[in-house]
Design a protein around this ligand. Sequence first.
Ligand SMILES: [Zn+2]
Length: 110
Amino acid sequence: MSVDETRNVPSLPRIFLFEPGWRIARKSGSEREFCYLMAPGQDFYHRLMDGEVFLHRSDEKICLPCAARRGLLSYDPKSLRDPAPGTNLAIDELLSGFDVVVREEGDGTR
Ligand SMILES: [Zn+2]
């Protein structure tokens, strides 16, 4: 039974927020509060629901889907150092090239 429940839960990615000034908050209570952004296809500001997790910066409040659309959220952690693009690929090529060279030398000796 619990397996079925687990299977039905959509898997959420880990979410990162790097934009300075924004904080995470949770809507609590029945006071009417609205998302700062309109969703696509809607011409009204949608309400933040009781218990909803949202982003806020001073008076701006943004629900998570709108924040993701606006590019405020990231699904990858920020790396401490900027890896040079292609570094991993270069190492992979070097390793596979080394393997090939060893096999060719072994075949040539015999
Ligand atoms: Zn929204």
